[in-house]
Write a protein that binds this ligand. Structure first.
Ligand code: NAD
Length: 476
């Protein structure tokens, strides 16, 4: 990279990787083995639509198979290309290692604008793409398990699962071939919200550490923090919704494709989401001020900036003007390597993508385990847990009555305490634990080593050392 050329997404990931390995003690051979992308499959296939054969280009990239299956979303966007898919696959390897999810890294993409096609056409295209990948074991419960990403959701995942079932008719574990499926199609409660929920848990964990809050030049709790969100899709919507409804944050701006909405009083996330669904964008929304140059709003004065749309939105051209003291990368790769350097020098704290948006893959892991075990979480133990709690409550009430103590339990206690955890509560609990533990592993390096001054380098170091450990365990 020259001083003023913006690196590509993959170059950015490599530069960040190199910065971390320079501080580690890996043999050059192992370092190279971890960095390189193992394989990328490119497919061009035709589908007869609207009276003619339409040709589509898709990719599935496998970055590292130190653990299998490999895992990573499938993205539908016109900007999809090999460089991007490989960068995203690499990030998946590091992300899984950081949050201790036992998968290697992969990613897929289809060059398509999903908004240009009818639902039945998208189904045909998705099934055909899935067919090409399944044929080569690039979708397989034991080898390669996709998930939703930009432009795809549970509908596409359900088509993929069904396509796999048609082709692998005797595979009892067929449902584990893809995650992010609808709950009534083998999915898991809490998967759709998982990435946004993980962003919330990540911020909650950050705000448990006064030293970290101070490092970002902030103080207090999440309550009242002024937040700018870019992209009100799956990730951005859930993150903004939970942070505003449950943690008291104020969403002072929402940046979308067609511009941005700004309101110092705070925007109602649910209402804006509904407006976008009906009108295709934010313009015309009755509350707040509409600004057509959305990108400029990333530079707004706020406490927390959440880029949750696409990569490369904070770059050499605008990094110096970004005023948020804390950025949490809900999207993958929203800050280029060049911008990262500028922001670090300014003292901006960045909670890196590989950690911040790991909620999706974490709950995907839970879904995969559920599919392989063929049983919903909580089904065996829930009533037993309730019965044991009931015993304690009965005993307390008996003691109080026998001894005339007049004890009364606080209102609502009994109901809350007696209820055994269902699947959604267990999923959220597992996700919260994962986000806390992973943050602490990054934090130990961030604060424990003088030569590490940012969370991203710390995250790469944790992840790379874990991948290296599993290669060493294989005798490499
Ligand atoms: P999505 O398609 O549901 O949402 C993307 C949103 O960004 C849409 O609302 C879209 O209109 C908006 N957008 C597109 N271009 C924009 C622009 N130029 N300016 C402002 N807004 C724009 O996608 P998603 O699943 O929410 O993914 C968003 C990011 O999060 C991606 O980087 C993806 O890789 C990452 N991610 C997603 C998941 C997941 O579980 N879905 C998991 C991990 C990471």
């Amino acid at each position: 990279m020259t001083a003023n050329r913006e690196p590509t997404f993959r170059e950015s990931v490599d530069l960040m990787f190199n910065r971390a390995v320079a501080l580690m003690d890996l043999s050059p051979g192992l370092e190279e083995k971890i960095r390189v992308c193992n394989a990328t499959y490119t497919v061009r296939f035709g589908v007869r639509l609207r009276g003619q054969i339409q040709t589509f280009t898709g990719y599935r990239s496998v970055h590292s198979e130190h653990m299998e299956p490999v895992k990573g979303g499938i993205r539908y966007a016109m900007a999809v290309n090999q460089d991007e898919v490989e960068a995203l696959a690499a990030l998946m390897t590091y992300k899984c290692a950081l949050v201790e999810v036992p998968f290697g890294g992969s990613k897929g993409g289809l060059r398509i604008d999903p908004r240009e096609w009818e639902e039945h056409e998208l189904e045909q295209i998705t099934r055909r793409f899935a067919y090409e990948l399944i044929k080569r074991d690039l979708i397989h419960p034991a080898q390669n398990v996709p998930a939703p990403d930009m432009g795809t959701g549970e509908r596409e995942m359900a088509w993929i699962a069904d396509q796999y079932k048609r082709m692998a008719t005797t595979d009892i574990n067929y449902r584990a071939c893809v995650t992010g499926k609808p709950v009534n199609g083998g999915g898991i409660q809490g998967r759709t919200e998982a990435t946004g929920r993980g962003v919330q848990y990540a911020l909650q964990e950050f705000f448990r550490h006064p030293g970290d809050i101070a490092a970002a030049g902030l103080s207090g709790t999440l309550e009242g923090k002024r937040v700018v969100v870019q992209g009100l899709g799956n990730v951005g919507y859930h993150a903004a919704k939970f942070l505003s409804e449950e943690d008291g944050c104020k969403i002072i701006a929402i940046v979308e494709r067609d511009g941005a909405l700004i309101s110092d009083e705070g925007l109602e996330v649910e209402a804006v989401r509904g407006w976008i669904a009906r009108h295709g964008g934010v313009s015309g929304y009755p509350e707040g001020t509409y600004v057509s140059d959305g990108a400029k709003v990333l530079e707004a004065d706020c406490d927390i900036l959440i880029p949750a749309a696409l990569e490369g939105v904070i770059h050499l051209g605008n990094a110096a003007r970004i005023r948020a003291p804390l950025i949490i990368e809900a999207a993958n790769g929203p800050v280029t390597a060049g911008a990262d350097e500028i922001l670090r020098q300014k003292g901006t704290v960045i909670i890196p993508d590989m950690y911040a948006n790991a909620g999706g893959v974490t709950v995907s892991y839970f879904e995969w385990v559920k599919n392989l075990s063929h049983i919903r979480f909580g089904r065996i133990g829930r009533r037993q847990e309730e019965a044991r709690h009931q015993l304690i409550v009965n005993e307390l009430e008996r003691l109080s009555a026998d001894r005339g103590l007049g004890w009364t339990l606080s209102p609502g206690f009994k109901e809350k305490y007696l209820r055994g955890a269902g699947e959604l509560e267990l999923v959220r609990s597992g996700l919260d634990d994962t986000m806390r533990t992973a943050y602490q592993s990054m934090r130990e390096i961030w604060h424990g080593r003088e030569d590490v001054t940012d969370l991203r380098t710390a995250a790469y170091m944790v992840a790379i050392s874990r991948v290296a450990a599993s290669y060493r365990a294989m005798g490499l």
